[in-house]
Design a protein around this ligand. Structure first.
Ligand SMILES: *Cc1c(COP(=O)(O)O)cnc(C)c1O
Ligand SMILES: [Zn+2]
Length: 420
């Protein structure tokens, strides 16, 4: 099939308030289409909007999913009528016990393990699918470090689309099975995620009806991360938290949460109060925190080696924009060791009853480090983004936790084992 999006510049799409693609590097504007690189300078494209009047009541009346923010997203007005995974509206938990352990007075955990495929990636894929349908695509595809594979395969299944999912062959078993079960065309590729990503970019030019959610429809996909910021603000009673700690893979999520806070203030939906965003990486894949520490704008690629495989992007597309956002608001980007990540997973589980994957361990462990260094203000309202479920990375903790003892099934043995 031919792809109208690439052959016609006069077609106008129903993509809600989205009005153009704008280059983040040179500002050049072009019509909405399935493009991701600036025709002038090859810089990354981002969605520009023409927002109408939006009130808190409009949003509160909406569905209990990310589609309540439809008026702020590049999706058709009829988006909620089409089969999609309808993610979002996950729990924002007051986290007093974790707060006490970290020394933060007012702490919340945004628990995005509650999405349909148990990570925040359902948000970005849902927006990408809705936009891709409008742009005329018929196949959903992605290169993935795991969570995106799960979300893409599930969303395509529900929509009745074919899908093609490319992952590094070294991926966690759970993430392979949790993708393959949706009967997608799952291909395990030799090499790192960055190799798989290069392959996807090549294929995006060759296979015209494949929407690679994070490649050729990336400008639309990326906007899905804004819903995390909108939700946090709405759940706090329409206010922006003073501090938000955000894990970094490509860096898209951090830049879009920042964008969401800015939009809410610009639209008068929240008070325009100062806030800081903080970036969290693993030491074994820390290109952004390294650049931050060196005080440079240049993010040098790394070869990842960390248990936080969902964050293992050695050449993060949005790295420079993360540095801009964090430096602008006075936050920091730091990284933690694999051991600290495991401790972070266990600390969150034991204090709040939330079992996060390694990316959640990265967020918690970096928050601890940032309090200790004085970068996080212990007296300011703080939200930690917990973006994926621990069931996906059981191997990370399998040698750390287990039964206290194996005993005969007698009450005497229980008392002995527990020292009663
Ligand atoms: C993909 C991912 C992120 C961050 O993604 P960005 O590429 O930085 O937007 C964070 N947490 C989890 C669990 C992920 O899968
Ligand atoms: Zn440009």
């Amino acid at each position: 099939m031919t792809l109208t999006a690439q052959t016609s510049t006069t077609t106008s799409y129903d993509l809600g308030p989205a009005c153009a693609l704008a280059c983040r590097a040179c500002g050049h504007r072009s019509d909405l289409a399935a493009e991701f690189a600036c025709p002038q300078c090859f810089g990354p494209l981002e969605i520009a909007y023409d927002f109408g009047r939006i009130t808190r009541e409009d949003i509160e009346r909406g569905p209990r999913s990310i589609w309540r923010y439809q008026g702020l997203l590049p999706v058709p007005s009829t988006v909620a009528d089409h089969p999609n995974t309808d993610p979002g509206c996950t729990r924002l938990l007051r986290a007093d016990r974790l707060g006490a352990a970290l020394g933060i007075k007012n702490l919340w955990v945004k628990d995005d393990t509650g999405n349909p495929t148990h990570s925040f990636k359902d948000r970005v894929v849902a927006v990408a699918l809705a936009a891709a349908r409008e742009l005329g695509f018929t196949v959903l595809a992605c290169p993935s470090t795991g969570n995106l594979a799960n979300a893409t395969a599930a969303a395509a299944a529900r929509a009745g689309w074919d899908s093609v999912v490319l992952v590094p062959a070294s991926l966690e078993r759970a993430k392979i099975l949790m993708t393959a079960v949706y009967d997608t065309n799952l291909l395990a590729c030799e090499g790192t995620y960055d190799d798989v990503n290069r392959l996807a970019t090549e294929l995006a030019f060759e296979q015209e009806d494949w929407a690679f959610v994070n490649v050729n429809v990336r400008p639309y996909y990326a906007e899905g991360s804004k819903t995390l910021g909108y939700e946090v603000a709405e759940q706090l009673g329409w206010r922006i938290p003073a501090q938000t700690v955000i894990p970094i893979a490509s860096g898209s999520q951090l830049t879009k949460v920042d964008k969401a806070y800015g939009e809410l203030a610009a639209l008068g939906l929240v008070e325009d109060s100062p806030y800081k965003v903080f970036g969290a990486q693993a030491a074994g894949c820390s290109p952004v925190s390294t650049a931050f520490a060196e005080g440079t704008d240049v993010v040098r690629p790394q070869k990842p080696d960390t248990i936080a495989r969902s964050l293992a992007i050695g050449n993060p597309a949005d790295g420079p924009y993360v540095l801009d956002a964090v430096r602008r608001c006075g936050g920091v980007v730091t990284d933690v060791t694999d051991e600290e990540i495991r401790d972070g997973i266990r600390l969150l589980a034991r204090t709040e009853g939330v079992f996060a994957e390694t990316a959640g361990g990265v967020t918690v462990a970096n928050a601890k480090k940032m309090v200790e260094s004085g970068a996080l203000d212990p007296d300011a309202d703080t939200v930690l983004l917990i973006t994926g479920d621990g069931l996906k990375t059981l191997d990370a903790i399998e040698h750390q936790v287990g039964p206290k003892a194996t005993i005969p099934a007698t009450s005497k043995a229980v008392r002995e084992a527990l020292g009663l």
